[in-house]
Design a protein around this ligand. Structure first.
Ligand code: APR
Length: 320
């Protein structure tokens, strides 16, 4: 059987890390695309030259023309600009929306059967625009945010409890931004919900609130430290988990920015919700019951995503 073909649209920091991880995991052959000439070719060759040492078989090539992504099974989109210190994800909107228009046209023409994972920020608005620009089925265009946000939450919780990250599960809903909703009562250590752990004296409510806030600010913390760009190792790992769930039909339950057509009372928007990802793309959106306070936080998050989508329509009226 031929190997899967994975196209990386954008070959910057996240794109390069994605290509390396795909090789190490032998998920398929990689085509790196970028508008910058030489960058995808150079990174592709460098990664390919690591394959004899690491012992993986994958072709890793670079292109500057969309024809190179023809027939891709999966496209992972990181094209655009990242944040600099002091910028919010939303500040990227105008530039990255234009990039999504080009990317959408390229995917529509050359890889219309692909499963498309968008990572470009501001995520929830960019994935929404990318679906519209590409015209691909909504089940096959999804945004990466929840896996990353919950990974940050899990890491901080594991540190606090001094337990393995593997035994911590976390649940994060809503948009990928300051209004994201980390749900403590659905987050657990080996099945024990966080509120119970507070009762058991493992942590305090105040400490948990600090961890929740640090999770919300997780991206900004790294931007502040790096100064020249935003996070890339954890975002790439999160994108890979979603690609793997699709390619291997794992039917993983993963929080993703998925298209909502009435679920959670939201229509024609992408917002972070728990989904099942398998060979059919987003096979299911899981609707959980929210309590009053959670619903309020979720609604606020949805409002901020809606405002970004409106701003997109202001720039590109054909999205309306
Ligand atoms: N088409 C294709 N590639 C493009 C385009 C375009 N129109 N415009 C820019 N690019 C490329 C750049 O040349 C660069 O190589 O996108 C790449 C982006 O890489 P980085 O600047 O290193 O950014 P990265 O850290 O990978 O983040 C990419 O993901 O998490 C988000 O906020 C982040 O929106 C940002 C994106």
């Amino acid at each position: 059987m031929a190997r899967n073909k994975i196209a990386l649209i954008g070959s910057g920091m996240i794109g390069g890390t994605l290509a390396h991880m795909i090789g190490l995991k032998e998920l398929g052959d990689v085509v790196m695309f970028d508008i910058a000439e030489g960058i995808p070719q150079g990174k592709g060759l460098d990664i390919a030259q690591s394959s004899p040492v690491e012992g993986f078989d994958a072709r890793v090539t670079g292109v500057n023309d969309y024809s190179g992504i023809e027939g891709a099974d999966v496209c992972i989109v990181t094209a655009g600009v990242p944040r600099k210190p002091g910028m919010s994800r939303d500040d990227l909107l105008g530039i990255n929306l234009k990039v999504m228009e080009q990317v959408g046209a390229g995917i529509k023409k050359y890889a219309p059967k692909a499963f498309v994972i968008c990572i470009t920020n501001p995520l929830d608005a960019m994935v929404w625009a990318l679906q519209k620009f590409s015209g691909l089925p909504k089940s096959h265009v999804v945004g990466m945010a929840g896996v990353l946000d919950s990974a940050r939450f899990r890491y901080f919780l594991a540190e606090e409890f001094k337990v393995s990250v593997e035994d911590v599960t976390a649940f994060v809903l809503g948009g990928h931004g300051d209004t994201m909703v980390p749900l403590t009562r659905y987050s657990t250590v080996a099945g024990i919900p966080l509120p119970d752990l507070v009762k058991m004296g493992w942590t305090s409510k105040e400490k948990l609130e600090k961890i929740v806030q640090r999770t919300r600010d997780g991206g900004a913390e790294i931007v502040g430290l790096l100064k020249t760009g935003s996070a890339y190792y954890a975002p790439a790992a999160s994108g890979i988990q979603m690609a793997e769930a699709y390619l291997r039909d794992k039917k993983r339950v993963l929080p993703c920015a998925a298209y909502l057509s009435g679920q959670y009372g939201v229509k024609d928007m992408y917002v972070g919700v728990p989904t099942v990802i398998g060979a059919g793309g987003v096979e299911r959106v899981i609707e959980i019951d929210l309590n009053g306070a959670e619903q309020k936080m979720f609604d606020k998050s949805v409002e901020s995503v809606a405002a970004l989508c409106d701003a997109c329509i202001g720039i590109a009226p054909n999205l309306g």
